[in-house]
Write a protein that binds this ligand. Structure first.
Ligand SMILES: Cc1cc2nc3c(=O)[nH]c(=O)nc-3n(C[C@H](O)[C@H](O)[C@H](O)COP(=O)(O)O)c2cc1C
Length: 247
């Protein structure tokens, strides 16, 4: 008997023009009005951020919505007093975790959304994920994996990482960046704007939020209503032929 497959149809119609409007009109806004973002809107945007694709569905992200006025003032300072931070109605610190994958692998098996966990899923989150993502004491297992990949890679295609703490940071940052973009587009779709910032003092931001050792700040997002003069310059993008290659 043929195996019964999960089936999730795509919606029939999506308005591309509206989607393009959201993508096109997202600009980095450096000056916001005083208008607050309603809590339900911000929560909806955060929920859409959490729907971003992410490596092995291990959901490496955390979002810290900074509410306390005292913390907010300190965060603005840590963001080098940038206008985009100082005028933002909301400041969201977007964080990547490089160790939460262990717990999330366990949670995947506990919370699998079907009555039985498929064998391939059990194997992946029960065994293979550990093989791929643990790096061992002082990175020792990562070094072993790198060696294995170098030899095995002579004969067949093999994964070339993550083999180090730095690789794990890159691994986590990819997924967290995608969630960040979801958040920015969701804010735009709700009529609000944002500015991603990497101009901040990470040591101070980590201390302020008491972040664990493995956490690192991917960006701080200022969000709010665009002030009339909130976009400083017209958009500049280079010719697409520089970036898009058909090979
Ligand atoms: C990772 C990242 C870090 C950024 N850091 C800052 C920043 O610290 N301050 C700022 O004003 N803009 C920052 N930006 C915004 C960029 O300058 C902006 O995206 C770029 O100039 C393109 O403009 P656009 O977003 O309006 O299309 C950052 C953007 C990204 C993606």
């Amino acid at each position: 008997m043929a195996k019964e497959r999960y089936y999730e149809p795509a919606p029939d119609h999506i308005d591309v023009a509206e989607f393009r409007k959201v993508v096109d009109s997202r600009r980095s806004v450096r000056k916001f009005t005083d208008k607050p973002i309603p809590a339900d809107v911000l929560n909806d945007c955060l929920d859409m951020a959490l729907l971003a694709p992410n490596s092995s569905n291990l959901q490496q992200w955390e979002f810290y919505v900074v509410k306390s006025p005292d913390k907010k003032a300190k965060l603005v300072e840590a963001c080098l007093n940038q206008n985009a931070a100082g005028t933002a109605a909301e400041l969201i610190v977007i964080v990547a975790r490089t160790t939460s994958w262990r717990e999330h692998a366990r949670m995947t098996l506990e919370q699998w959304p079907q009555p039985t966990v498929p064998k391939i899923v059990q194997d992946y989150y029960g065994r293979l994920a550990l093989f791929y993502y643990s790096q061992g004491p002082l990175g020792s297992w990562g070094l072993v994996k790198r060696g294995i990949a170098q030899v095995a890679g002579l004969f067949k295609p093999v994964p070339r990482g993550p083999f180090s703490a730095t690789d794990m940071k890159v691994w986590a940052a990819k997924s967290v960046s995608l969630a960040s973009e979801n958040l920015m587009l969701a804010l735009r779709a709700h009529g609000f704007d944002s500015c991603p910032m990497e101009g901040f003092d990470e040591v101070r931001v980590k201390r302020l939020l008491k972040l664990p050792k493995d956490a690192f700040v991917v960006m701080v997002l200022g969000a709010g209503e665009r002030a009339k003069d909130g976009v400083y310059y017209p958009r500049l993008r280079f010719d697409r032929r520089r970036f898009v290659h058909e090979v």
